[in-house]
Design a binder for this molecule. Structure first.
Ligand code: NDP
Ligand code: MG
Length: 412
């Protein structure tokens, strides 16, 4: 493992200069909440570029409101449609198209801050581009770290980038672990990281109920409003598994130093236990604008629009252990982390295919872990050497996953 800390390069805002922000995945739930926080601080932030995959109307509306210099659409037809709409509306935003354009607006010399909020492995290349060019990276796209943690962390160091975790748990850990410049957790007097998990909508379900869970039930998260992929990941607890791997890279923690604690209220966003017995926690309402504002403002604290935490109304905070038999995805993620090398990239690719298939009503809920386990157990695990290698590994794992799907759909 590369011995790095995510926060070696944290720097201060350039005093007085408006920070130019690119938002990758602007039409998503993180993207729109980022724009909400930015719009509360026009004296600090300008919108340089906004990107989306296919949501023409969504990106058009954001361009009308925020007037970025650039808008990027992944799909060429969507880009042409957006360009026509913007021209009709008299908006001067330049429309670019394709994967390379995502990386261009993430690495443009005029950009200071990049919010990496594309969902899935598709977020890897532009996040790497931002790292290599020394941006302040607000990392929501956890899949980048799961797929390519060692290479991404090295790119952050080499590029002189500033990496601020946006995932609420990792943002909480960052907030309560102020000495991350030291490289080994033990040197900081840290005993373990306690990663909190809401437990998702099926925390109290029986295995029988889990087998028959519908798409609508799985999409109904009790505490957070999020995009469909991460919402399903939360229901299977793969989200927490991906977050264990994310914490490993961000905080240089071994798998045995990262413990998952189910905390249904989602008020404590994570904790760090020190050798002296102190446990430091970060609390707040479950609203992503808090970590987003923290990342945008660091080291300043910005108004985010989040309401005050009313502990008296909440009344109690509960905790229990996760059940890895009910939620095998969590176990699979720990196993992939311990296997190392390309195993987490394979886990991630198989999971993305499984979640898409579940959302398309092609497989049942408990087939998600079955598919991932099958792909992991039949794949060769190699040492990580390069991004092109990981892109190949991702493609092969997706192919194996699709073969599994074809076979399992044929037998039903
Ligand atoms: P959403 O599904 O709401 O948004 C995803 C965004 O990515 C959209 O702008 C979408 O564009 C764009 N996008 C999708 N596929 C591609 C692609 N292939 N290439 C380029 N852009 C693409 O996701 P979320 O905002 O919920 O999550 C974003 C990331 O943040 C995920 O990695 C998630 O795990 C992480 N995260 C999210 C949290 C949350 O509260 N939502 C909390 C912690 C982490 P389009 O609209 O055109 O499809
Ligand atoms: Mg999270």
């Amino acid at each position: 493992m590369v011995s790095v800390s995510s926060v070696d390069n944290v720097g201060l805002n350039t005093q007085g200069k408006i920070q130019q922000v690119t938002i990758l995945g602007a039409t998503g739930t993180i993207g729109t909440q980022t724009l909400d926080v930015i719009s509360q601080h026009p004296d600090r932030f300008g919108v340089f570029a906004l990107t989306a995959s296919t949501s023409v109307q969504g990106l058009f509306d954001l361009c009308v409101k925020y007037k970025p210099l650039y808008a990027v659409m992944l799909s060429p037809t969507a880009a042409s449609a957006l360009e026509a709409q913007l021209k009709n509306a008299g908006i001067a935003t330049t429309v670019l198209q394709g994967e390379d354009a995502l990386s261009q607006v993430a690495s443009h010399p005029d950009v200071d801050v990049v919010m990496a909020a594309i969902v899935g492995a598709a977020g890897l290349h532009p996040a790497m581009a931002a790292a290599k060019t020394g941006k302040r990276i607000l990392l929501a796209n956890k899949e980048t770290l799961v797929m390519a943690g060692s290479l991404f962390m090295q790119a952050v160091i080499d590029g002189g980038a500033t990496l601020l975790p946006i995932d609420s748990e990792h943002n909480a850990i960052f907030q309560v672990m102020p000495y991350q410049r030291t490289r080994i957790l033990a040197d900081m007097g840290v005993k373990r990281i306690l990663l909190t998990a809401s437990g998702g909508p099926f925390r109290n379900a029986t295995i029988e109920q889990l087998r028959n869970v519908t798409r609508a039930q799985a999409l109904n998260h009790p505490n957070w409003v999020m995009g469909p992929k991460i919402t399903i990941d939360s229901a299977t607890m793969m989200n927490k598994g991906l977050e264990v791997i994310e914490a490993h890279w961000l905080f240089n923690a071994t798998s045995s130093q990262i413990e998952v604690v189910v905390h249904p209220q989602s008020v404590i966003h994570s904790m760090v236990e020190y050798n002296d017995g102190s446990v430091l926690a970060q609390l707040g309402n479950p609203d992503m604008r808090t970590p987003i504002a923290y990342g945008l403002g660091y080291p300043d604290r910005l108004v985010s629009g989040v309401s005050s935490l009313d502990l008296l109304k909440i009344g109690r905070l509960d905790f229990c252990a996760p059940d890895q038999n009910m939620f095998p995805c969590l176990r699979l993620a720990y196993e992939a982390l311990d296997a190392g090398g390309t195993a987490p990239a394979i886990l991630n690719a198989a999971n993305e295919v499984a979640v898409e298939a579940f959302l398309a009503d092609q497989i049942k809920f408990m087939q998600i872990p079955a598919l991932i386990e099958s792909v992991l157990s039949t794949s060769d695990i190699e040492a990580v050497t390069s991004i092109p290698q990981l892109v190949d590994v991702d493609a092969v794992a997706r192919r194996v996953a699709r073969d599994w799907l074809t076979a399992s759909i044929d037998t039903h």
